[in-house]
Design a protein around this ligand. Structure first.
Ligand SMILES: C[S@@+](CC[C@H](N)C(=O)[O-])C[C@H]1O[C@@H](n2cnc3c(N)ncnc32)[C@H](O)[C@@H]1O
Length: 247
């Protein structure tokens, strides 16, 4: 580790968080001691992955889905998501990933012994092939405004949605507080009482992630917000002051 990074860690308080995580890992670790992207990706059938890569890979994918075929950086991102949610620690959990894409996040969760389910559209054959290759369970479902989720079986300990597009992202129908309220209340029906919800928002055309009003609403429901990441641990009921009837 470089000295400048070490010093920055000390000053930002990251060192304390990281030390705490190490102690927890030692005491209640779920992940094997040597748990890194190289080891996880080694467990994926390289030949079958190469076939998918040969079918869909492109030199400059930009925002197109084949960008996810650069497996190592995306595994790093997803490993960080897993660690940030404490899924490398403690007991077996049930994890739902809404808009699961290739399924990398769930693959790591499954590698750690968690029980996982993805929800996604059936629009990108490449996502279907990746999810198949990774052996991740996926239900085809379109999230729609003011429409509840289907029966998803037992409740979840963690519900995640990363780089969200189902909220009218980059359209004139971008979700406001009432749409989010319906969605969060519906998620609560699928969540264990001490469960957590992690939403990772995408930037809109103007570079924004949420309005100040929406940010305050999320916070009023217990969210800890770090830029695009909105973590409810736990989710609080909708506050009367901002409930739809009062607005
Ligand atoms: C930007 S990708 C993110 C993929 C993955 N969560 C990740 O972070 O790597 C958005 C995902 O949301 C899915 N999606 C978009 N609109 C959706 C909707 N209305 N209902 C369910 N999934 C949706 C897409 O198919 C895609 O898998």
């Amino acid at each position: 580790m470089r000295l400048s990074y070490k010093l920055r860690k000390v000053f930002t308080g990251d060192a304390i968080a990281s030390a705490r995580h190490h102690v927890k890992q030692w005491l209640i670790g779920r992940a094997p001691l040597r748990f890194d992207v190289a080891r996880i990706t080694q467990t994926i059938d390289r030949e079958k992955f190469q076939e998918i890569y040969d079918r869909y890979g492109m030199a400059n994918p930009g925002d197109e889905w084949p960008k996810y075929l650069e497996i190592e950086p995306w595994m790093e991102i997803n490993l960080k998501r897993v660690r940030d949610l404490g899924l490398d620690l403690g007991g077996k959990k049930r994890v739902l990933d809404i808009g699961c894409g290739t399924g990398y996040f769930l693959y790591i969760c499954q590698y750690l012994g968690h029980d996982v389910l993805g929800l996604d559209l059936d629009e990108e054959p490449g996502f279907a092939e990746m999810v198949d290759l990774l052996g991740v369970k996926r239900k085809i479902w379109r999230i729609e405004t003011f429409a509840p989720l289907p029966d998803l079986g037992p409740k979840f300990d963690v519900i995640a949605a990363h780089m969200i597009c189902f909220n009218g992202h980059k359209s004139d129908k971008l979700w406001q507080i009432p749409e989010w309220e319906f969605f969060l209340d519906d998620l609560a029906r699928h969540l264990e009482p001490r469960g957590q919800i992690c939403l990772e928002l995408n930037r809109e055309y103007d570079g924004s992630l949420y309005t100040e009003e929406l940010k305050e609403y999320f916070e009023a429901r217990g969210a800890e917000i770090h830029t695009q990441r909105v973590l409810f641990n736990p989710l609080r009921p909708a506050p009367a002051a901002v409930a739809p009837v009062a607005r």
